[in-house]
Design a protein around this ligand. Structure first.
Ligand SMILES: N[C@@H]1[C@@H](O)[C@H](O)[C@@H](COP(=O)(O)O)O[C@@H]1O
Length: 242
């Protein structure tokens, strides 16, 4: 793992955005894997600013998001499709038909199969941007998820449900399941960029990098990936031994 530590979240965001912009310029039809949550928002802001100032073109870019809540369609403000449109896609010249977010409605098992097929048909993901949950989850692959999992219907852990509560009007509205790319789907990406900042991520980051590879800490599987870059602020890196 190539671990890079930044003095500020602003610098971290700029660097990750610079690398993604470079990849888009080098290959205008690159396939990007994207994520939601707070972690990638600053990166997306930088991509938008660059697009507006420098015109980096996204018309041929294909994207695949990691996950979506079960039961929410793209019109729901809490859905990850809505989030992606609002935080990124609506501000780029990207072709929405080339942006993929798993569907959380309809036949979920069928949606999962179709999603994996679409990733394969696109030639696989070149760069996968991901965050990490405080319990070490990646996408919605909670502790215990098998390493060979592909896109599947995932049960959310209580820790994840609790930390997502702030996004929903009442506790009863928080989904208990999601459609999520699996651990193997993430491992299939050519390169993985993980972004994590803040004290709340420090323990999971330490275990991911320095702990054993175990399904108890799903992100630890990334130790086996040949091309992983971990972008941290000082707080997220604070428990690392070196
Ligand atoms: N499914 C998402 C993950 O993909 C994300 O990495 C995690 C951390 O979110 P945040 O970046 O807001 O800390 O939250 C959710 O559980």
């Amino acid at each position: 793992m190539d671990v890079r530590i930044f003095d500020s979240i602003e610098e971290l965001d700029k660097e990750v955005a610079r690398l993604i912009i470079g990849a888009v310029k080098e290959n205008p039809s690159v396939v990007l894997g994207l994520s939601t949550g707070n972690s990638p928002v600053g990166v997306y802001k930088n991509l938008i600013a660059d697009h507006q100032q420098n015109g980096t073109p996204y018309g041929q870019v294909t994207t695949f998001n990691l996950d979506e809540y079960a039961g929410l369609d793209g019109e729901s403000p809490q859905s990850y499709r809505y989030f992606m449109n609002e935080q990124l896609f609506d501000h780029l010249d990207i072709d929405k038909a080339k942006t993929h977010v798993p569907s959380g409605i309809g036949d979920l098992e069928e949606n999962c199969r179709e999603y994996e097929q679409k990733i394969q048909a696109a030639g696989g993901i070149s760069i996968q941007l991901i965050g990490i949950g405080t319990n070490g989850h990646i996408a919605f692959n909670e502790p215990g998820t098998p390493f060979d999992s592909l896109t599947h219907v995932a049960e959310l852990s209580q820790a994840t449900i609790d930390s997502n509560a702030k996004y929903f009007p009442s506790p009863d509205d928080i989904p208990l399941r999601a459609v999520s790319m699996g651990i193997q789907s993430i491992m299939n990406a050519h390169t993985v960029y993980m972004v994590a900042f803040g004290k709340s991520k420090a323990k999971a980051i330490k275990e991911m990098i320095e702990g054993p590879v175990t399904t108890a800490l799903p992100a630890s599987v990334l130790q086996r990936h040949p091309s992983v870059y971990v972008f941290l602020d000082r707080e997220a890196a604070s428990l690392l031994s070196s």
